[in-house]
Design a binder for this molecule. Structure first.
Ligand SMILES: [Zn+2]
Ligand SMILES: [Zn+2]
Length: 123
């Protein structure tokens, strides 16, 4: 699979049995459509987000990227309240792409439930 942002190869990593595609260059991450149970297992998975948040912030400016899986244009999700979340979501497979450092932020415990709600809402 090819990173939709920097076009480098993405490698599959495994976190508690959940496969996540992570870019070998910019360290953006692509999550397949996740079930609620899978999301729960991802709690504390911030260790998989090893990229540089400054690199991530740069790639976060790249909009209108194709889904690395189905090649359709992903929706840019911007959720502002009560905290800002920006990521790309595929309208077809419901996968989600996070730039490096973003996922780390989102997995902070106090916002985790909210994140689950947002993902459910998108589905
Ligand atoms: Zn990349
Ligand atoms: Zn897709």
């Amino acid at each position: 699979m090819q990173c939709p942002k920097c076009l480098s190869d993405m490698t599959v990593i495994d976190y508690q049995g959940i496969e996540i595609d992570r870019c070998s260059d910019c360290f953006g991450m692509f999550f397949d459509h996740l079930e609620k149970e899978d999301l729960k297992a991802l709690e504390g998975a911030d260790s998989i987000d090893i990229g540089d948040e400054f690199v991530g912030a740069r790639f976060n400016e790249i909009l209108d990227v194709p889904c690395p899986k189905c090649n359709v244009k992903m929706d840019h999700v911007l959720h502002k309240e009560p905290f800002e979340i920006k990521f790309e979501s595929c309208p077809q497979c419901h996968g989600a792409y996070f730039d490096a450092g973003e996922f780390r932020d989102y997995m902070e415990e106090e916002i985790f439930d909210q994140f689950q709600d947002i993902v459910r809402h998108i589905e």
